[in-house]
Design a protein around this ligand. Structure first.
Ligand code: SAM
Length: 480
């Protein structure tokens, strides 16, 4: 029985409800009147205090995803961009993954870290090595990391992960520091989630991989990850453990995308129904080539157009949720998706253990091939040349604006007064400390223009003063 408020995986990700949804979507994919009404419902509306968007139910969003009428798809893209600009502005948050260990006891068929892979070298960073990686990341300009590790209770116990987080936060190299550590590790217990919360993590990220239970069991034939219910119910345990910000994701290519999409939106609805706050982020990874993995062996690969449509439909369905695209995707794909709702990108990424302190690529411990191999400086310059403000801001996390407090900031349209100046100030720090002369020139031109968009009052004055101070090497670590 479908019940979004239930804590049982089979009830909140209910197979029968997903199938009924897909039938409903198929039956209505040419129903222009209904499609127009759904798109209109998703459009952001101005209010006295800001802007609101209602989002869409999984059934409504699935109708849009099924629709193949070109003019309607264009309209969906238009509204996706409107929502993005209304709630996230033209800011793009920057982060990098940090691989701690590729020891893993699971048997995931799409991942080269699976236990039976005897050719891939196994590596786990020591605390000294973590420090060296963090210094390399700080020297690039990163302030926000997502740590990644395989699941292995002996090699990567929670104590190891906690030690690494402590080390990461303790490194202050030149003007650098890591201000937010997001964590992407296997599903765990409430007790361990509490420990992660106490260690000061940002978002807890766990990809569902696939919501289709039968496929899930086949794709994860061995190891603790085989337990579909335990994996699917992980976000509820994380929230029970006090983690406010959780990040969902599907590994596209494993199963039929329409099924995954409905499951993903139902998962978001479930979190909202039970915990009063939806997912902080949604990631949209696609399966990539890796050591002993050939993506063509999976039957459900999706083309770039479908991928764009999925991204836009997620944007309409959950307007307040951040969306992440990694360097699994090429510059061209990332460029297109940035217009359709993406709010976070990684840059200069290495997906190998110890990759930031090794010169040459590819590395033998890589989890998957990186398509966008540009340096962070190149990514930052490219974003600005395309009208996006690269943001290194972590103020919400540092000010305790997580969970529903972040959502209310987003909903009250305070972006221009808060996130926008914060983004410009952190960009200025980046330009001073790490950018090439060309990027710096493009950056300050952008900052000058963007400051004018902040209402000419106290906020703008403070932001201008802070940026002037940063340029004069007079840092005060100020944030709105
Ligand atoms: N071991 C943890 C877990 O099970 O959730 C951490 C996650 S893993 C380091 C990060 C993510 O990479 C996985 O959740 C999976 O979706 C993705 N991934 C694995 N193999 C991949 C591949 N061949 N191509 C693209 N993404 C892949």
């Amino acid at each position: 029985m479908y019940n979004p408020k239930s804590l049982k995986a089979e009830e909140f990700i209910n197979d029968e409800e997903i199938r009924a949804t897909l039938e409903y979507a198929e039956a209505n994919k040419n129903n222009e009147e209904l499609i127009d009404a759904i798109i209109e419902k998703a459009r952001p509306k101005k209010t006295e205090t800001g802007c609101v968007a209602s989002g869409l139910t999984h059934r409504e969003a699935s109708v849009l995803l099924a629709c193949e009428i070109p003019e309607k798809i264009e309209k969906i893209y238009e509204v996706a961009e409107e929502i993005k600009l209304a709630f996230y502005g033209n800011r793009i948050v920057i982060f990098a993954p940090l691989y701690l260990s590729n020891y893993c006891v699971n048997g995931c068929l799409y991942c080269p870290y699976h236990l039976k892979n005897k050719t891939i070298p196994r590596k786990k960073l020591t605390q000294e090595e973590v420090k060296a990686e963090v210094i390399a990341l700080q020297d690039m300009g990163h302030k926000r990391l997502a740590i990644e590790a395989g699941e292995d209770p002996v090699n990567n116990p929670i104590e190891y992960i906690l030690d690494c987080i402590k080390t990461i936060y303790s490194v202050h190299h030149k003007n650098g520091d890591i201000r937010r550590v997001n964590v992407n590790i296997a599903a765990t217990t409430v007790e361990n989630y509490k420990k992660l919360k106490d260690a000061g993590i940002g978002t807890y990220i766990l990809f569902q991989e696939t919501y289709h239970k039968e496929s899930y069991l086949k794709l994860h034939p061995t190891g603790p990850k085989h337990d579909y219910d335990y994996h699917t119910e992980a976000m509820d345990r994380a929230m029970e453990g006090g983690i406010d910000d959780v990040g969902l994701g599907v590994l596209f290519g494993l199963e039929m995308y329409k099924y995954e999409f409905a499951g993903l939106i139902m998962h978001a609805e479930h979190l909202e129904a039970v915990h009063g706050v939806g997912p902080h982020t949604i990631s949209v990874p696609r399966v990539k080539h890796a050591d002993d993995i050939d993506p063509d062996e999976f039957d459900n690969g999706i083309d770039d157009e479908t991928f764009a449509k999925i991204t836009a439909c997620i944007r309409l369905a959950v307007p307040y949720t951040g969306m992440i695209i990694s360097t699994r995707e090429s510059e061209a794909v990332r460029s297109k998706l940035l217009r359709l709702g993406i709010s976070q990108v990684s840059g200069g990424s290495r997906t190998s253990v110890g990759g930031y302190t090794t010169e040459e690529r590819p590395h033998d411990t890589e989890q998957f091939d990186v398509s966008d191999q540009r340096s962070l400086d190149e990514v930052v310059k490219w974003l600005m040349e395309n009208g996006h403000i690269p943001s290194f801001c972590t103020a919400c996390y540092r000010e305790g604006r997580t969970g529903d407090r972040f959502m209310s900031l987003c909903k009250s349209g305070q972006i221009l007064n808060c996130c926008h100046p914060n983004a410009l100030m952190t960009l200025s720090e980046y330009l001073e400390d790490y950018a090439s002369p060309e990027t710096k020139a493009v950056g300050y031109k952008m900052i000058e223009e963007e400051l004018k968009r902040i209402p000419k009052d106290k906020v703008r004055g403070i932001a201008e003063q802070n940026i002037a101070d940063i340029r004069n090497s007079n840092r005060r670590d100020f944030r709105f």
